[in-house]
Design a protein around this ligand. Structure first.
Ligand code: C2E
Ligand code: CA
Ligand code: CA
Length: 404
């Protein structure tokens, strides 16, 4: 028995003793001699009792079991605070495995993948080596809830800043634009992400002032980039509240004039199911913005918030495909089908496509192959302060040559 397993303790659960024996031999062969096997879920759950000396940090489980099925077993693991890794086994075919995988992912379990039985040794080796085991010791950061007054004060005191994430042409790797993503530079708590304050701002009528602040900063930055010879389209996220006040287009045009930037440099990204509720006002506002030369982008396309009806009725120029259909689409038939379908549809509607959340080379290559226009994601760059963009661009110019 080799002792080089990266896992402290592995637990394998399957009601079929033959599969158990086979898997534990395969694991030993691959250097993981530290596995316990169980034929029953109840027996397996005993290994997650608080008095256990050695914590399980990888669970390999069948889905179809007579006493307690795999999904129920997963739920029990979550209830016991399990935060290790998981590998799913099934003889049920890939659709069931995918649905179960999604469920596990939703519950915050670190999924190494899914395997069809009988398990092929090489595939098992790859899955076990693919990803670093998740540390059990790291608790989830506590999410602090901020009060409307604190957010209002932060805006007034200039504590909101924008980071910018590049959007890159898949055809030639050139930098086409950036998306501005707001952050709150909190004097005590550090840099706060938008999901910790945007919804509070929305619920408390603060989006007019927040969007104005971001828009002014983003357009001033666009002007600075233009002066430096960088012709970048800068995208700003807007919220439904902005699309209820009929003078929003006038405000936008005023900000552009003050910054000395042409409307062709501004992209507004919209995600909203409520577009349909405030149909007349939002259609009026978006159509006027479009007439003035602003680019309109439908954000998070494919999720419940951005739908086909909105595409039909509103004058969008750009379709941003939600990242849940982008990363990993090269190894997931369903994501790929949706991604491919969205790109084809956009082409027929004469819209540009942006894929968000391209995380690795495989994502990048598939997007190129499918003819998507722009990629935005960690593969190219994470959101960064404006002054870091030139340095990133220098590095990207070298990297991009190998990607075409
Ligand atoms: P969004 O508009 O969909 O922005 C994309 C989010 O995905 C950003 O998160 C970005 O950092 C993240 N992201 C980009 N590439 C990748 C990737 O490869 N992998 C992964 N896992 N994530 C990636 P962020 O900055 O936390 O923003 C979250 C949301 O907050 C935005 O989603 C947007 O809806 C909202 N938001 C941000 N800034 C503003 C703003 O100024 N105004 C309004 N109304 N909403 C904003
Ligand atoms: Ca966006
Ligand atoms: Ca998005």
């Amino acid at each position: 028995m080799k002792a080089n397993s990266r896992y402290g303790k592995i637990l394998v659960l399957d009601d079929d003793p033959f599969i158990l024996k086979l898997l534990s031999r395969q694991l030993v062969y691959l250097g993981h001699g530290n596995a316990v096997t169980c034929e029953r879920a109840s027996e397996a759950l005993a290994h997650f009792a608080p008095d256990q000396k050695k914590l399980v940090d990888l669970v390999i489980t069948d889905l179809q079991m007579p006493e307690m099925d795999g999904i129920e077993f997963l739920r029990n693991l979550v209830n016991r605070g399990y935060a290790g890794s998981l590998l799913l086994l099934s003889g049920e075919g890939s659709r069931i495995l995918q649905a179960a995988a999604r469920l596990a992912d939703e519950q915050g379990i670190h999924l190494l993948g899914a395997l069809e039985k009988p398990v092929d040794l090489e595939t098992l080796r790859q899955r076990l080596e693919d990803t670093e085991p998740k540390s059990r010791a790291l608790p989830k950061p506590v999410r602090k809830i901020y009060l409307p007054g604190q957010i209002r004060q932060a805006i007034a005191q200039g504590q909101l800043i924008c980071l910018y994430q590049p959007k890159v042409s898949l055809a030639d790797g050139s930098l086409a634009g950036v998306e501005s993503l707001v952050r709150w530079r909190h004097p005590q708590d550090g840099l706060i992400l938008p999901d910790q304050f945007i919804s509070v701002a929305e619920d408390n009528g603060l989006m007019d002032v927040l969007t104005r602040t971001v828009l002014i900063e983003a357009m001033d930055q666009a002007a600075r980039w233009c002066d430096a010879g960088l012709d970048l389209k800068v995208a700003v996220n807007i919220s439904m509240d902005n699309l209820c006040s009929l003078d929003f287009p006038d405000l936008v045009m005023q900000v552009l004039r003050d910054a000395g930037v042409g409307a062709q440099y501004l992209v507004l990204e919209v995600t909203e199911s409520r577009l349909m509720q405030e149909f007349v006002a939002s259609l009026d506002i978006l159509t006027r913005l479009r007439l003035k030369g602003v680019t309109l982008s439908i954000d998070d396309f494919g999720t419940g918030n951005s739908t086909l009806v909105q595409l039909r009725d509103f004058p969008f120029d750009e379709l941003k495909i939600d990242r849940s259909f982008v990363y990993g689409a090269w190894r997931d038939l369903k994501r790929r089908a949706i991604l491919e379908g969205s790109i084809q549809m956009a082409r027929k509607l004469k819209m540009h496509t942006v894929a968000e959340g391209a995380e690795d080379r495989n994502d990048w290559s598939l997007l190129r192959q499918l003819g998507c226009d722009l990629a935005q994601g960690y593969f190219c760059a994470k959101p960064m302060p404006a002054d870091q963009l030139p340095e990133w661009l220098g590095e990207w110019e070298i990297r991009r040559r190998n990607l075409l």
